[in-house]
Design a protein around this ligand. Sequence first.
Ligand code: HEM
Length: 411
Amino acid sequence: MLPVRYLEDLKTAPIQDVDFVGTFIEMFEGKYTTFGSRSTLHPRVVRTSLNANVEKIMPDIHAEVRDAFEAIWPDSEDWTAVPVVDCITRIVARVSGRMFGGPELSRNDEWVMTSIRFALNGFAAAQKLKLWPEVLKPFAAPFISELKAIREDYRSAEKAALPILEQRKTSNKKANDLLTWMAENARGEEAELKFVSHILLKVSFAAIHTSAAAPCQLIFDLCQYSQYVDVLRDEIRKNTTIEDHQTLPKVGNLIKLDSIMKESQRINPLLLITFERIITRDYALKDGLVIPAHTTIGMPTQAINMDPEHYYEPDKFDGLRFYNLKVAGTSASKTDYVASNGASLNFGYGRHACPGRWFAANEIKSIMAYLLLNYDIKFADGQSRPENLQVETQNLPNPTATVLSRRIRRS
Ligand code: HEM
């Protein structure tokens, strides 16, 4: 674990010396699970094409959020227990599918389930492999059912994505989605359509459970601190362009929602440690400290989030903390949900800092706005905020917790 003062030094380090992908390969036993790709196709395309188009695709994202809620979130006007992580993960997988490959992908249930399962299979397979010493792993691997399931996930990704990619090749109309951008940007072996379909699963791994965790945590926070619900509803309504509030607002204007999302992430970050890298050869920092080869380094993100040097009353949940700072003139580079700096490392830092965070921010706002305008939520009597599930460096929203929800009666 390194102090934040080394961030700038490490940020510019050569990628072969301070290896980002290597940490995934090690953490997820990539030799067997295939997790951790040396291809830069998806970070490249997310960083350039997705970010350039993120505003343009929002109407489709809002439409998918609405349809996904109608299909997945219980519709009853009576209070109904909702398994939050399960429902939100399925909603996020559908919405991500829309961005990946349009309605053809987002309405393909087999693809949606595959995109959710792939990460879970990878995680479970890695956990099982880690029980074995390195030399015995090749012998254990054939008996690990999740490795077989991962191979099936790849077949399922081919079945879902290849027809779309083939059709795109011959169509005159250019679709505005990740599959199109990846096919356009692919170089050398990346240009094989099968390769693109496989990479799509790796983007799902980066995009789905990560983006689902944030609204789940925020739903728990809003049940716990219900005074923010009307504040957010007011802001959303003011920014809604359609009278009946069924169509979703300009998400960029939702700065109170942005603030509470950042506060929720500060207190319950998805990752306790970020900026994880493997040092591949003895690496000398500017102050003379040498990090020995084969060391895995990381920054204590969650501890930084709770540091009184960075945050006034850090233990207190203050949903408008970042909004108030912004109104008082603090720069967006410190107060925005997507900001990445030494006091906020939840999206990592430097050249590998999450390139999908602008899309994630918009998607989460779209989901939360739709939820708040159409449903009331609360904890059951006597219930309080469910405990997170901590596994290795992950800090997951409680996977089995429910909250009560009821559809707001349409007038
Ligand atoms: C709230 C949701 C998300 C969180 C908390 C999150 C978090 C992270 C973190 C911590 C990293 C590593 C950064 C580092 O170590 O410096 C990362 C990398 C990455 N994320 Fe995200 N992410 C989220 C959503 C997304 C989405 C929606 C996408 C795709 C659309 C995405 C694509 C990626 C990619 C491709 C990388 C690897 C970057 C590279 O190889 O340089 N993420 N993310």
